[in-house]
Design a protein around this ligand. Structure first.
Ligand SMILES: *Cc1c(COP(=O)(O)O)cnc(C)c1O
Length: 382
């Protein structure tokens, strides 16, 4: 079955929907047992609602199909999907490696929280490739990849780096939000745990927060599930239903996001105010070849560097945009823009630019209208 068909059909087998095409939203805490002898008997598929109701099972099954996983855990945010595997696998005395371009709040979690439990963090260049082995220590427990970086868009050779880590017995995790579980398949590329912010493309409508944590190895899946149950992690049936609904149309949305973003990126590349485009599908991207070899497409999120460094003028440029909202997150139907410099932290020194980094999330508007909006806003900068 191809991915597009999986999106339409997976997670619908065996759902007790009373004839409806979709699973029901069951609000529940208590699960009732018919007989006292079953209370501690482990016979029912669920004995408390934290085991998930029908809609949770449906969503997990659909994501498993997409990721090639045997188990997916739903988390209340994408950030919680990033922290859950670290908390599952790391203990006091361990060292973890984070990609220098890792999602900022994941970095913050490691630096402010894991450190309290005696877990040390260091950072590697996302394009280290073979040289990543220099960062491995005897106590390195996990390495966390992200490609492309969600601001600066670097794409290293993740399959190679993950293979080298696995050869050392190190757990490999990847934040796969940009590829949406669609354009790159971490679990087929030496990654033990694929996480992504379902808040972005799976949800797709800027109305729900959620994360996915997927694994295909039985032992790893069981360890994640054990932590999941022990920690009280859960999402509501309403949110699971919304994200499953979003997932059904993700394939066609992504195709439109991809086409519009490419059209806009190609136009931007011709503009004098633009110093450098950072869209992996453009031949000018420094990691274009790596992207071609590992990814089957590109989403609607890309960045570009403008010559302008006067902050006031940069802010005025953003304020002139009418169709682009100013705000964090991405992957929704509506276009968004931010300037990135205030949130770029690169301990391994992997990012240097001489202008100002702007990031766009291209939504589902007509790309010609978005180009016209960018043109009028860019007109005011040098
Ligand atoms: C947004 C995002 C997350 C976190 O998702 P939330 O649901 O907002 O917590 C994680 N990783 C990346 C790359 C993201 O862009």
């Amino acid at each position: 079955m191809k991915d597009m068909t999986k999106l339409a059909h997976k997670g619908r087998d065996g759902t007790d929907a009373g004839g409806g095409a979709n699973p029901p939203i069951q609000r529940a805490s208590t699960i009732l047992f018919e007989r006292a002898e079953d209370l501690y008997g482990n016979k029912l598929p669920r004995d408390y609602a934290t085991d998930g109701m029908v809609v949770h099972d449906s969503l997990k099954e659909a994501v498993n199909a997409l990721e090639g996983a045997i188990q997916t855990i739903l988390t209340p945010t994408g950030l919680a999907a990033c922290t859950l595997p670290l908390l599952t696998f790391c203990k006091a005395g361990d060292h973890i490696l984070l990609s220098d371009n890792i999602y900022g709040p994941t970095r913050k979690f490691a630096m402010t929280q894991l450190v309290r439990f005696g877990i040390e963090t260091s950072f590697f260049d996302p394009r280290a490739d073979e040289a990543i082995t220099r960062n491995f220590r005897d106590n390195t427990r996990a390495v966390f990849f992200e490609a492309p970086g969600s601001l600066t868009m670097e794409i290293g050779n993740v399959p190679l780096m993950a293979k080298l880590a696995k050869a050392k017995g190190i757990f490999t995790l990847m934040d796969n939000t940009w590829a949406a579980g669609w354009y790159f398949k971490p679990l087929e590329n030496h990654i033990d745990v694929s996480v992504h912010a379902a808040t972005k493309y799976p949800g797709g409508h800027s109305d729900a927060l959620m994360g996915f944590v997927s694994a295909k190895d039985g032992k790893i899946a069981r360890a994640l599930r054990k932590y999941d149950q022990a920690s009280g992690n859960m999402v509501s049936a309403d949110d699971a239903w919304l994200v499953l609904r979003g997932l059904r149309s993700m394939g066609v949305r992504l195709a439109q996001h991809e086409a519009s973003a490419l059209k806009i990126a190609r136009w931007l590349e011709e503009q004098p105010a633009v110093q450098q485009m950072l869209h992996p599908a453009l031949p000018s991207h420094p990691d274009h070849e790596q992207w071609q070899s590992d990814f089957t497409g590109a989403c609607g999120l890309f960045s570009f560097v403008i010559h302008e460094t006067n902050e006031k003028k940069v802010l005025e440029f953003l304020d002139r945009l009418k169709l682009f909202g100013l705000g964090f997150s991405w992957g929704g139907y509506e276009s968004l823009a931010i300037h990135c410099d205030p949130q770029i932290v690169r301990p391994a020194g992997s990012w240097k630019d001489t202008g100002t980094l702007i990031r766009l999330s291209i939504g589902l508007e007509d790309p010609d209208d978005l180009i016209a909006d960018l043109a009028q806003a860019l007109a005011g900068i040098g």
